[in-house]
Ligand binder design. Structure first.
Ligand code: ZN
Length: 242
């Protein structure tokens, strides 16, 4: 089965549409989502509606929880906080309901899905270092765990001797005696200095992962951000992938 793994859409409809076109083109069988459907971007309702239709499974992200008033936003930076308050003011009841039903973690086809880290998922921890990854490997049983949250794609590879390696290749063939934590990057707000939308393709037969990048109409999204009265920084960062 070819599984498209999307994350951190952040209410960016143009980026999401570019990713969906690619998902169609490659003929993925199903889609799973790792959360942060909303927050930062100008289209929380259309993006939630699309995800609710296409995603077989979707776990909640910290920005989804923030939009629902379920997490403390005093730890958010000022831009994120402003965007949360705006998102709360426009999100429909139906979309609120959908996001509220998303669990914090989920199992899917021998993979584990979580927004930030399987280490206390409700604390929204990041997996940035080998040490973070090592702790995280102890908190799920599957060979594979898919995460988002940092908006930076990458793969942590745990070999049978217990060594953790960081892989940056766009395509990874999984070894059957290794375990992996795969960060699929962000659809709607990449932060690895590449402004193109990111998502992952997990081929369960080939036992491989491929990171896909798609250019999209950044200027339209930027215009919508400014028209919504959201902070200008949230528009400018999209053009540089930060
Ligand atoms: Zn995010």
């Amino acid at each position: 089965m070819l599984v498209a793994v999307i994350s951190d859409i952040h209410a960016n409809l143009e980026a999401l549409e570019a990713v969906l076109e690619d998902i169609d083109r490659v003929g993925a069988d199903t889609v799973v989502c790792l959360g942060d459907v909303v927050g930062y971007g100008p289209d929380p309702n259309p993006c939630t509606e699309v995800v609710s239709k296409i995603a077989f499974a979707c776990v909640a992200g910290n920005h989804d929880y923030a939009a629902l008033g379920l997490t403390d936003i005093t730890v958010f930076n000022i831009y994120a906080r402003e965007a949360v308050l705006w998102t709360r003011s426009v999100l429909t009841e139906a979309n609120r309901d959908y996001l509220r039903r998303c669990p914090l973690e989920d199992a899917f086809l021998g993979g584990w899905l979580v927004h930030g880290s399987p280490v206390e998922p409700e604390e929204w921890n990041y997996i940035l270092s080998v040490g973070d990854a090592r702790r995280a490997f102890e908190r799920f049983d599957q060979a594979l765990c898919f995460v988002g949250h940092s908006h930076v794609p990458g793969v942590f590879d745990l070999d049978p001797r217990g060594f953790v390696d960081v892989l940056q290749a766009a395509k990874v063939s999984f070894e059957t005696d290794h375990r992996y934590i795969v960060n699929v990057g962000s659809v709607g707000q990449p932060r690895d200095w590449d402004p193109r939308a990111a998502y992952g393709l997990w081929d369960t037969e080939e036992n491989s992962f491929e990171l896909r990048r798609l250019a999209y109409d950044v200027q339209t999204t930027q215009r919508k951000i400014l028209a919504a009265g959201l902070p200008e920084f949230l528009a400018t960062r999209l053009a540089i992938g930060q």
